[in-house]
Design a protein around this ligand. Structure first.
Ligand SMILES: Nc1ncnc2c1ncn2[C@@H]1O[C@H](COP(=O)(O)OP(=O)(O)OP(=O)(O)O)[C@@H](O)[C@H]1O
Ligand SMILES: [Mg+2]
Length: 291
């Protein structure tokens, strides 16, 4: 139906022959197949833990659709993505959980804790104040709006370098989109860690198509590597539980300092760049970023 240019991987809103509408992520995107593997594993983990995450489907994409696509880049992406791709149920009318939306949509500590916990377990570095990958849905007043998780393509950072991956590694989650909702990660750890069994993980990695698992001699070896890593990481939660979230003011001060430093280092002609990757420069409007 239309390419979603707001997404870095240019997913497409696609109507499939089951009459469902899906946000399809393409195998030929620059993010590659590993992003799709991460989508499946982390999304299904989220669902198994009781978090809201739209249904995923495998989509056989017909590249003939590319013929009527006017933009060359998108056309090339579609032509190169024949075969199996990943679709996520489209949430009609959903709104991105931006800092402005967050001001009017309080998230309770336990829910925030569960989401931060999942992100820390799966090393998802793309759920920040600048790019929350959270949506609020429904929005038409038919039912109370709730928080939905989307886009886990940047999670499982460890699968980009299997040999250097320590399951107890800490990551910097201080810019997490829910860092200001007093996330109760300890309660989440006590509740969720026991649920992540080897059986659960095996069931989830079995959902990933063989064709996307190419890091090891066989797809099943790759599946074992994911299970082994995530199982070891969940047991090491004491080492990585993110607990020190800065206040909005601390975060703003820290980023203002960094922005000022960047600004000083720029040549004169670069000092007035208003737009970074389509997003407003952080130093220009803190009220928007941190509410
Ligand atoms: N299931 C969905 N229902 C409705 N809108 C969606 C859905 N999935 C994604 N979107 C919209 O499309 C945007 C881009 O999607 P997504 O973040 O998954 O793509 P991406 O290419 O991985 O993006 P990026 O890497 O830039 O974050 C989202 O911010 C959201 O506005
Ligand atoms: Mg995204």
């Amino acid at each position: 139906m239309t390419p979603l240019r707001s997404g870095g991987s240019v997913p497409g809103v696609v109507e499939a022959d089951d009459l469902g509408t899906y946000v399809v992520k393409f195998t030929a995107s620059a993010q590659g197949r590993k992003a799709l593997v991460a989508e499946v594993i982390v999304g299904e983990l989220a669902r198994a833990l009781g978090l809201r995450f739209p249904e995923l489907v495998l989509v056989h994409f017909d590249p003939a659709i590319a013929d009527s696509e006017p933009h060359q880049e998108v056309r090339e992406l579609h032509s190169a993505s024949a075969g199996l791709n990943l679709g996520m149920d489209y949430l009609p009318g959903a709104r991105d959980f931006t800092p402005e939306v967050a001001q009017h949509f309080p998230v309770d500590s336990l829910e925030a804790g569960r989401i931060v916990w999942l992100d820390a377990l799966t090393v998802n570095v793309d759920r920040t104040v600048h790019s929350s990958n959270l949506m609020v849905w429904p929005t038409l007043g038919v039912a109370p709006p709730r928080l939905w998780l989307i886009d886990h393509g940047a999670a499982l950072v460890f699968h980009h370098r299997w040999d250097g991956s320590d399951p107890a590694k800490r990551y910097d989650f201080r810019h997490h989109a829910l860092g200001h909702s007093a996330p109760d990660v300890r309660a989440a750890d006590a509740e969720l860690a026991p649920k992540i069994t080897r059986e659960l993980l095996h069931g989830i990695v079995a959902e990933v198509p063989d064709a996307w698992l190419t890091d090891f001699a066989t797809p099943d070896e790759a599946r074992e590597a994911y299970v082994g890593y995530l199982h070891a990481r969940v047991r090491a939660s004491e080492a990585w539980l993110p607990t020190d979230f800065p206040t909005r003011e601390e975060l703003a001060a820290e980023e203002a300092l960094r922005a000022a430093k960047n600004q000083r280092g720029r040549p004169a002609w670069l000092k007035q760049v208003p737009d970074l990757h389509g997003k407003p420069a952080a130093e220009q409007d803190w009220s928007v970023h941190l509410g």
